[in-house]
Design a binder for this molecule. Structure first.
Ligand SMILES: Cc1cc2nc3c(=O)[nH]c(=O)nc-3n(C[C@H](O)[C@H](O)[C@H](O)COP(=O)(O)OP(=O)(O)OC[C@H]3O[C@@H](n4cnc5c(N)ncnc54)[C@H](O)[C@@H]3O)c2cc1C
Length: 410
């Protein structure tokens, strides 16, 4: 019997548990969970505030998930240190957990930029956890003016979640466009206009110079008066446990194709880990939920002695704002094929004879076919791309190709 320890209790940890159990049905698994609750789907916290879901439906796995998988969860406990020499994890309570194989699935922490006068703001929130969403909710009323710093995914999901419940929502960002790490200029402008039509106000290319209580003085000279502040500027990967134990880290914990860190018997997965993006050919933290699960699963299988690797990761996003759906994947370089209409945009980016990335807004049907083409590095000359770019269907692939390469999208 092996002893498995997983630090963290999000999508990557669930992947880890299911990966281990696909190989090893019996050995004990212990999960150290800083958050005091059952695993939930983090992206749903905005839908909770919007009233579109509830705590029960937010669960990422059923209530009996841990019992059924023979997992002991130490709720509300935090891992403070990993000692790779003695193969122990030391908790904040002083307890020590021995491991044979360890998965670090610690996710990330919101980054709050130091700003003059921030301490004078009476009500400030982050928007990362269920507890954050519940604390924010307690400060909202129909009379509340909310100021969100950060027009990235988290800031905009927060804006969507609370817009109908408050008097006003203003979002600022240093970048000149919304969703700057996900979309190109044109598509970002399209999403921004849709959000403005719903009532969200934006101050882009601008940032807070200083706060004085409930007033933000902006670099541009503008002043924003608000009741509640939400900081959603960005997140930092929680790397310190592995870094302090001697493991190689850059922005995230460095991992190989098996999600192994540079330390023996220690793996990392999810938002805390850095891995290879096949589209930009760079190592990066790709903080997206499906990848967190896949990386966790891969780590789990390898921890238990099986064989799995991830050598086709790419950044992908599937998001919606007020019913407008948007999917994106890969990088936006090379030649761009575009279709657009009143309520949709399609942009496909090709480079060197391969599909490298896409952005679909409004019409996202069968996007999985494009994702599979990027993932599988399908040479465009082997398919009827003229047809495919207009209509992502399977016919333009030969039948042998469909079977061998597009299994996941068929
Ligand atoms: C508002 C919002 C909307 C999002 N929307 C999308 C979306 O539409 N699509 C998408 O793909 N992704 C989305 N994401 C990102 C997605 O939620 C993350 O990529 C995913 O949750 C990462 O999973 P993880 O398991 O790596 O980390 P997490 O889910 O962050 O889990 C890590 C866990 O580890 C715990 N932990 C940290 N340190 C310790 C320690 N020392 N000891 C014990 N426990 C510890 C943390 O408390 C946390 O519970 C969104 C995120 C947010 C906040």
């Amino acid at each position: 019997m092996k002893k498995y320890v997983i630090i963290g209790n999000g999508a990557a940890a669930v992947g880890g548990i299911e990966g281990i159990r696909s190989v090893d049905k019996d050995s004990p698994i212990t999960v150290v969970s800083k958050e005091p609750c059952h695993v939930y789907a983090r992206p749903l916290i905005s839908y909770l505030l919007e009233g579109k879901t509830d705590l029960k439906r937010m669960l990422y796995r059923p209530e009996d998930f841990y019992d059924k998988n023979g997992v002991t969860v130490l709720y509300g406990k935090s891992a403070e240190k990993i000692d790779p020499a003695s193969k122990k994890v030391i908790l904040d309570s002083g307890e020590e957990l021995s491991y044979d194989s360890l998965l670090c699935a610690t996710g990330s922490t919101p980054f709050v930029p130091p700003t003059e006068g921030l301490e004078s703001v009476p009500k400030t929130h982050s928007f990362m956890t269920l507890a954050d969403a519940q604390a924010l909710e307690a400060d909202l009323s129909p009379e509340t003016n909310v100021f969100i710093i950060g027009a990235g995914l988290i800031g905009l999901k927060c804006a969507e979640g609370i817009l109908e419940r408050v008097k006003s929502v203003t979002v600022c960002d240093l970048a000149p466009r919304v969703l700057s790490s996900i979309l190109d200029d044109d598509c970002a402008g399209y999403i921004q206009r849709k959000l403005e039509e719903k009532g969200v106000k934006f101050l882009l290319g601008d940032t807070v110079k200083r706060f004085d209580g409930t007033t933000a003085y902006m670099q541009s000279g503008a002043e924003v008066r608000f009741d509640v502040l939400v900081t959603a500027v960005g997140v930092r990967a929680n790397i310190s446990l592995v870094k302090d134990a001697g493991g190689e880290c850059t922005r995230g914990i460095v991992t190989d194709e098996k999600m192994s860190t540079t330390l023996n018997d220690i793996y990392a997965a999810g938002d805390c880990a850095e891995s290879f993006d096949i589209t930009s050919e760079q190592r990066k933290v790709m903080a997206i939920m499906p990848l967190a699960y896949m990386q966790g699963h891969c780590a789990g299988v390898n921890m238990a002695g099986g064989e799995e690797k991830i050598d086709n990761a790419l950044p992908m996003n599937s998001i919606g704002f007020f019913g407008l759906h948007c999917m994106s994947a890969g990088t936006y370089s090379g030649e761009c094929y575009e279709e657009r209409g009143e309520d949709f945009i399609k942009r496909l980016y090709t480079d060197g004879g391969f599909l490298k990335g896409f952005i679909l807004i409004g019409k996202c049907d069968r996007a999985g076919i494009y994702t599979a083409m990027i993932r599988n590095k399908t040479p465009l000359k082997e398919v009827d791309f003229e047809t495919l770019k207009k209509d992502p269907a399977l016919a333009p692939f030969g039948s042998a190709y469909r079977k061998s390469k597009l299994g996941e999208a068929v």
